[in-house]
Design a binder for this molecule. Structure first.
Ligand code: TRP
Ligand code: SF4
Length: 326
């Protein structure tokens, strides 16, 4: 029997190339594991509850992004969290056994309240936001997932999920596995301005970028300010283009660095190379997107994904109810 995987993303708008390494990690696992990938719209509401989000549009967008990059609905169930109500039931039951102190000591919890409060004027001193990691634990455990492929930033949440599973198994019956995180190699991409790549900073290259948008974004990348003329010696370590070259042309990076230091390659040429590589990376996604954009296709994938997910989740909830004497 195949081991199971669950992972999810919040539908918060177009994905960018910074998300690609996590998605490629998912894709690499989809033949080996029984996979469930969730569009976690309730999680998006924990921070966006006052934003009047166009949730249906956001869900369709992220599903299209996933399919365009290469998630295969024949191999994995793509589901919408709010369409599989067992997530909510399990979250409620976990809320009974999860000490508040466990939630409060998740490292990002207080930071996020502070940061999103200051930057975006959001009031996150809510019940739902405190429970974010308990809901995440329910997402994972409602499928009895053995493993969770995520970025490193999610490790504290996975640890909490394991603790909740352990506590449940100890208090009632051994129903749940203790899922392990699968951390892929994640390329930490900067935005074109050198800050963290983020949609809200307008410094991201989206997965759906057109050839023209790719060129514009690469133009905007900050290079070594000491290079005024093309043969001035450069310092690749301060250059955003160089950080991208490291990730996308690792086999040529020594040569690029040497040429830059010796003033043998100009920034214009260096950027043109990078734009070419990004174009090759993203153009297959555009083609696949055209297929999935046909009316009804995404809807069908989600309908079938929800159904497969529900079946598994329902079986788990039978065990849970029985273990708790419900
Ligand atoms: N918290 C995750 C993130 O921000 C999203 C998420 C919700 C998730 N539920 C999950 C990830 C379950 C993995 C498993 O990226
Ligand atoms: Fe950056 Fe390339 Fe210019 Fe060097 S040549 S500063 S690596 S863009």
């Amino acid at each position: 029997m195949k081991k199971r995987i669950f992972s999810g993303m919040r539908p918060t708008g177009a994905l960018h190339i910074g998300h690609l390494s996590v998605l490629q990690n998912w894709i690499a696992l989809q033949s080996e594991y029984e996979c469930y990938f969730g569009i976690v719209d309730w999680h998006a509401l924990t921070t966006g509850y006052a934003d009047r989000l166009d949730m249906r549009g956001l869900i369709r967008d992220i599903a299209l992004d996933w399919l365009s990059v290469g998630l295969d609905p024949e191999q994995c169930a793509i589901l919408i969290q709010s369409n599989v109500l067992e997530h909510a039931e399990l979250h409620l039951l976990f809320s009974m056994i999860t000490p508040i102190s466990w939630l409060e000591r998740v490292p990002t919890y207080k930071d996020q309240i502070q940061q999103l409060g200051k930057e975006e004027g959001k009031d996150l001193s809510t019940y739902g936001f405190l429970g974010y990691p308990a809901l995440q634990a329910a997402d994972i455990l409602v499928y009895k997932a053995d493993a969770v492929p995520v970025g490193e930033d999610q490790l504290p949440h996975i640890e909490l999920c394991r603790e909740i599973a352990r506590r449940f198994n100890f208090m009632y019956e051994a129903v749940f596995p203790e899922p392990r995180a699968i951390i892929g190699k994640i390329a930490m991409l900067p935005g074109v301005d050198g800050r963290k790549m983020s949609k809200s900073y307008h410094n991201a290259i989206s997965l759906t970028a057109t050839s023209k948008e790719i060129k514009t974004r690469v133009q905007q990348m900050i290079t070594d300010p000491a290079r005024v003329r093309k043969d001035d010696p450069g310092h690749p370590e301060v250059c955003v283009v160089h950080r991208f070259q490291q990730i996308y042309q690792p086999e040529r990076i020594a040569e690029i660095e040497a040429d830059c230091r010796e003033g043998k390659i100009g920034c214009v040429a260096c950027k043109a190379q990078l734009a070419d590589i990004l174009e090759k990376l993203l153009s297959p996604f555009r083609e696949r997107r055209l297929h999935w954009e046909e009316p009804g296709r995404v809807e069908k994938v989600l309908r079938e994904g929800n159904e497969r997910a529900r079946e598994t989740a329902l079986a788990t909830m039978k065990d849970v109810r029985q273990a708790m004497g419900l």
